[in-house]
Design a protein around this ligand. Structure first.
Ligand code: ADP
Length: 294
């Protein structure tokens, strides 16, 4: 499968340009859409999921016109929205059965087998009789994946799936996502860099509706080799450093800011070169775009 997005733009009536000439080619496998809150991720996901119209641009899935052949696309689509809505006090088995009916699986035996198989697949079988409303955050997300998998979708879209999950739940969810077939496209939107690093072989960084990077997370990290420098500084000097250097991030380590700066040459001043990671890629890419725009 190949999803091709070309020159997609969307402006909301309030003037916000949520998508600005977005072009991406997305192959089979896990694809990460990384961006801060408000970057335009959900707008792009909802557009790909045929729930919202763009102003201009095209999207094709193996030649199928996604923006205009919505019914056909919906049969190939599994979608886990950011807000799955209200979970009724209905047992997981019954709710999944209901979703399967909505997806057109009318044969009762076939549906019952599918529901059992899906509950096993997402590791909720032993909790199948409990109300989904009583599930933990991680269990709800795994239930969400189960409903998204009904009908063997070729394109699976999951919007910010790990927000609010504790580390254990997130791990279980990662494992589930990475098991989902290699012959389908899974697009995962997130503001959590670790999600992309652990799961995705390809990614895009999106910021203010524009694509700033498109490629493999590992390549993007390699490109930064030798260009990220770090130094632990007193809190009171943070502003001075921000004025003097291209500070891309600072985080507290043992109560003191550890600043990361981008520099193609040795900045001196006690900075030490450090192994870049995807967080450095993310912040330096956004920083560079702000610098260019200014
Ligand atoms: P993300 O998913 O990356 O947080 P969104 O796609 O939700 O980003 O939002 C992108 C931008 O569009 C934000 O500035 C947001 O406030 C704005 N936006 C989103 N939905 C609407 C809407 N229905 N009407 C007006 N503005 C919107």
């Amino acid at each position: 499968m190949l999803l091709t997005i070309e020159h997609l733009s969307k402006q909301y009536p309030n003037g916000v340009r949520a998508l600005d000439d977005v072009s991406l080619t997305i192959p089979n496998g896990m694809y990460g859409l990384l961006g801060q809150n408000g970057a335009g991720k959900s707008t792009l996901m909802r557009t790909l999921a045929t729930l919202q119209d763009a102003d201009s641009g095209t999207v094709t899935l193996d030649g199928l016109d996604v923006l205009n052949q919505k019914d056909t696309v919906r049969r190939l689509l599994g979608y886990l929205p950011q807000e799955f809505g209200v979970y009724p006090k209905v047992a997981a088995t019954d709710l999944l059965d209901h979703f399967a009916i909505l997806k057109g699986i009318t044969n009762g035996r076939e549906r019952s087998e599918l529901v059992q198989a899906l509950l096993h697949r997402v590791n909720l079988y032993e909790h199948r009789k409990k109300a989904v409303s009583s599930y933990s955050g991680g269990m709800k997300q795994r239930f969400g994946i189960a409903q998204a998998l009904i009908g063997n979708p070729k394109l699976i879209i999951v919007d910010e799936p790990t927000a609010g999950l504790d580390p254990g739940e997130r791990n279980r969810f990662y494992n589930l996502l990475s098991e989902i077939g290699e012959n389908v496209i899974v697009i995962l939107s997130t503001h959590i860099v670790q999600d992309v690093m652990e799961l995705c072989n390809n990614m895009a960084i999106i910021h203010k509706g524009r694509v700033l990077y498109n490629g493999s997370p590992l390549d993007s990290v390699t490109e930064l080799n030798g260009k990220i420098w770090e130094k632990s500084i007193p809190k009171s000097e943070l502003l001075t450093y921000q004025k003097q250097y291209n500070v891309i991030s600072n985080k507290l380590v043992a109560g003191k800011p550890l600043v990361h700066i981008y520099s193609e040459v040795d900045p001196g001043d006690g900075f030490q070169t450090t192994q870049p990671d995807l967080e450095d890629v993310f912040f330096s890419t956004i920083e560079k775009s702000t610098f260019v725009a200014a």
